[in-house]
Write a protein that binds this ligand. Structure first.
Ligand code: UD1
Length: 361
């Protein structure tokens, strides 16, 4: 039978958002297909997530690779269009806010293939981040919009999106974390990286932090002051490698730079950390769930619930060392977790999609 539901994935943060949806639709016997755009292509940026999360291999890889935004998004648009013309699915599902998300949604909308967006309605109101543009435009193209928070539902309404297609389902990335909790091994992670005492884990890859030598230098100064307080392990995204090497990030005895890690290895490290430092989107939510204090090196967040009901705090490089000291003194987050972070979001999505497909027969 033709795949009724086709998913498009492209970059690292897509994979953990999609795994629970694929699983839940599979349990309902819905035929599915998986298109990987190839936006991320290194083993450590892609393949390892498929094996860690038990996801089926993609049916096709478009191999769009890296490039400027127009070139990369355009290659996704053309590649997904070709696949949709051949496959004609009943529904295309896209995830998150990367260039692959927007390129795929646009290709489908033009071919009148209905699109569902998992993680709809997040807004930072900061158009200097390409993800904000991807989110806003993707949501305008979708028939089904799966929101993680009530706030996101409100933003979609204020942008004139018909409420009939909007569903508050919770957070599928947290589903993945819940499903993998038993497999997170802090002792093994400590041993693998030679971490004896209290440590921090850091991820840095945003263009505004790593693409400009001056910004990278400022950040490195702050990270060195942080490392005066505790050991820091940094699985470094390929994007930051050159800038941070140039700025001397490794020139501190308590800073350890390693290659990007797979999902289980990375989440094990986070679980055992005294605090996390990040400019990632997902890490803000994952640390809240694991109750690890998180310092986010960004001026704004599209995930404000991690600040209001979570362990997250926004900081700038100059304020980072003091913020780390305060976080270490305060210890783990002990408050409530955001609503619907219960590991069931994939099931909610599968139930809604199944009903939607049945209504179209
Ligand atoms: C992309 C997403 C970002 C997400 C991040 C997670 C967009 C606009 N950005 O940013 O939202 O947080 O993924 O990682 O979609 N590279 C490799 N190997 C790879 C992939 C990338 O070496 O497998 C290097 C290349 O030099 C490439 C650079 O990283 O030019 C940037 O990759 P790209 O996919 O354009 O954006 P990310 O910074 O990864």
């Amino acid at each position: 039978m033709d795949a009724l539901v086709t998913h498009v994935l492209g970059a690292r943060p897509n994979f953990m958002k999609a795994a629970p949806v694929l699983r839940a639709l599979g349990e309902r016997g819905i035929p599915q297909a998986l298109i990987h755009t190839g936006q991320h292509y290194d083993k450590l940026m892609s393949d390892v997530f498929f094996s860690d999360l038990g996801m089926p291999a993609p049916d096709v890889n478009l191999q769009v690779g890296s490039g400027d935004h127009g070139a990369q998004t355009g290659a996704v648009l053309a590649g997904v269009e070709r696949e949709l013309q051949a496959r004609r699915p009943d529904l295309l599902v896209v995830y998150g806010d990367v260039n692959s998300t927007l390129g795929a949604a646009l290709a489908a909308a033009k071919l009148l293939v209905p699109v569902a967006h998992v993680e709809a309605g997040l807004r930072s109101f900061d158009n200097t981040m390409p993800e904000e543009i991807n989110r806003r435009l993707t949501d305008q193209l979708c028939e089904l919009l799966f929101a993680t928070s009530a706030e996101a539902v409100g933003y979609l309404a204020s942008e004139g999106i018909s409420p009939g297609g909007v569903h508050l389902v919770g957070n599928t990335m947290i589903d993945t974390l819940v499903a993998c909790l038993d497999r997170l091994d802090v002792d093994r992670a400590r041993e693998a990286h030679g971490l004896a005492g209290r440590y921090l884990v850091a991820t840095l890859h945003r263009p505004f932090n790593v693409d400009h030598p001056e910004a990278a230098k400022q950040l490195v100064t702050a990270m060195h002051e942080v490392a005066d307080q505790a050991e820091v392990i940094i699985p470094l995204h390929p994007r930051g490698r050159a800038a941070f090497a140039g700025a001397g990030l490794a020139d501190h005895p308590r800073i350890r730079i390693v290659d990007p890690l797979g999902y289980l290895d990375f989440m094990s490290l986070v679980r055992g950390a005294a605090a996390a430092i990040t400019d990632s989107a997902g890490v803000q939510e994952e640390t809240t769930f694991l109750r690890v204090p998180c310092l986010t090196l960004r001026p704004v967040t599209e995930r404000p619930v991690t600040v209001t009901s979570g362990s997250n705090r926004l900081v700038d490089p100059a304020g980072l060392p003091a913020a780390v000291a305060a976080a270490l003194a305060a210890g783990p987050y002990a408050g409530e977790l955001p609503p619907l972070w219960d590991g069931r979001s994939g099931e909610r999505i599968a139930r809604i999609v199944t009903g939607w497909l049945a209504a179209r027969q």
